[in-house]
Design a protein around this ligand. Sequence first.
Ligand code: GLN
Ligand code: ZN
Length: 770
Amino acid sequence: MLLTNNLGYPRVGAFRELKKANEAYWAKKISAEELLAVGQKIREGNWKTQQEAGIDLIPSNDFSFYDQVLDLSLTVGNIPTQYQSLLKKDDKGYNLDLYYAMARGFQQDGVDVTALEMTKWFDTNYHYIVPEFVKDQTFTLTSEKSINEYNEAKNLGIETKPVLLGPITYLLIGKEKEAGFNRIDLIDKLVPVYEAILSKLAAAGAKYIQLDEPYLALDITAETRALYARVYEKLAAAAKDVKLIVATYFEALKDNEETAVNLPIHALHIDLVRGPQQLDTLLAKVPASLTLSLGVVEGRNIWKNDYEKSLQQIQKAVDTLGKDRVWVAPSSSLLHVPFDLENEDNEESLPKAVKNWLAFAKQKLAEVKDLAILAEGDVSTLTAERFEANKAAAEDRRTSTLIHKPEVKDRTANITDDDATRTSPFAARKDAQQTLFNLPAFPTTTIGSFPQTKDVRKWRADLKKGLITQAQYDKEIAEETERTIRLQEQLDIDVLVHGEFERNDMVEYFGEQLAGYAFTKNGWVQSYGSRCVKPPVIYGDVYRPADMTVRWSSFAQTLTNRPVKGMLTGPVTILQWSFVRNDQPRETTTYQIALAILDEVQALEKAGIKIIQIDEPAIREGLPLRKSDQQAYLDWAVRAFRVSSSNVADDTQIHTHMCYSEFNDIIEDIAAMDADVITIETSRSQMELLDAFAADFKYPNDIGPGVYDIHSPRVPSTEEMVELLRKAKAVVPAEQLWVNPDCGLKTRAWPETKAALESMVEAAKILRAE
Ligand code: GLN
Ligand code: ZN
């Protein structure tokens, strides 16, 4: 009997219930009890959905109020000293004050702590809270969340499979907070806590436990491979009769195959979407004791599964292992796809034809179940019908005229090196730009968005619902923009922005205006904490039918004599934060978008916008996880950015912006993008990130290292920012430095925004005077 196995389910709620509850709780509008109840309801709903879909192995502890890695840090008692005063020793559950202090910072009752660092979860757009380790780190079982949630499901009559991030991956995704040790050497202190959790889960009655070890599918050393064998020997012993599952995803196992199949575990989960070729080699190696969980239904994208192809893979595995040792599963946790396609009913934005090619989390559960039934060979009429419908949808997509536009394909195929090169080198451009703008040293700017208040969001919602007219909406946006321009003048910021009030999201806004795109109403995916994004869907060849941003940028420019920066999202980020076609290479889609952005850049330039920022925060996250694949990606990603930004006058200043990335390993590629100014996130790492820009390879163009963290409501002092700028000045020549926040301000409220920017400008002035 083929079992169906699910790795994890989206947890913000089909209508972002968790986001709303979290924000209400932080604003002190609901109590802790009310927040906990929302979480409980989401978990119960998710479990029941999976049970009804016929999933055999239903995950628990995949739920999180903010981040599953932070949950684990609390579970194992990895609580940095500055937060320890918030630890309630008797609270074995969520420890909410402590939890949110670590996630978001805390400024109250004499406690003033910043948030922990956050970074991208492998190559996804999900961000986790980075665990920090010190030399004499200790671990103790501090939260019993995983056990509580297992029991909670059990009390509802649902048997679940608790999910935990495995100990080796947990250490590897963290960072050392001091020198003199290697965090992986903490493993022997960490394992006992895992052993304790496993025995508690066993005592509670758990039959299966899933330990996620995505690092097993990455480049690791021989020592780490040996560690896997040693650590899982211990964990298997502690788990006793509980069947351990190790889950790998986002890549193929490759050189770690031997290690993985020989772990003393019950089942190994593999990602057959990212690594289809590994099935053959693995089947030849799998020992008789091991079950394989086949990740055939894509957990990272929203296309319907190709049943014929998946069944071939499943059949191959069944032929070698037998039905009892093959499970059918999504490739990864479904955290990265939206909840339910059935909540989409807007035909204008998501045409029926396109909808018929898609599957969201709930539909993917059904696909997993269909495949298991079909592979059994025991096909009921219903499943046979679904098989036929699946084939018909695939055929429709292959031949649809909605998708293919010959003019776009031609233009993309004919891009030359000239199209990807600025007329003059940076030094000459800098002179021309300085002549035009005459900016002071340490010029100040922001990253683009200003607070998206309730009012701003309400205008947009009201316009959509037809409660206000386009003219009324435009008037509100114009007034908000004008207020923001005036404020920036008052604050004495040098390069202004219009504030992005007309934008819902930096990718969706463009998706809505580009051809080849569809978009959803409720297709939310968690980005970090309470922040969700609604990635648009690229289903066809992309082009730009009309101006996208010229109107609001040039309106803002008419209000002021200071330069207003045009604001665009770059081709790689648009690609990376969209659900992308799987019927052509990512590279081809990116070049199509690059040409569309170029058209917009040139339209802005023509309208007199001479500073244009093309945000590329997602360049780093698009990097393939395996070293051997990375350079090829960087080459086309950088070239696509250059295609979007090169065909402009020397005195047009191109900015780019990136956040949440380690740059050390790709600094030369970032330099090759040749933006005149790059603004980056650095404050959470105390300017550590800047080291990359000043190492052996000297970053040649201008840099704005973020001087304060915009993800926290905490207002930084002028002194803190002066300190950070001095640090920056020590590694990067002062002439190259700009002063700006870490990222856009859309999630902040006005009072803290004004206060922080005021201090920021003051800090810049102090630096100018030094
Ligand atoms: N211009 C965007 C903003 O300010 C950039 C956001 C980002 O980099 N994530 O919101
Ligand atoms: Zn940013």
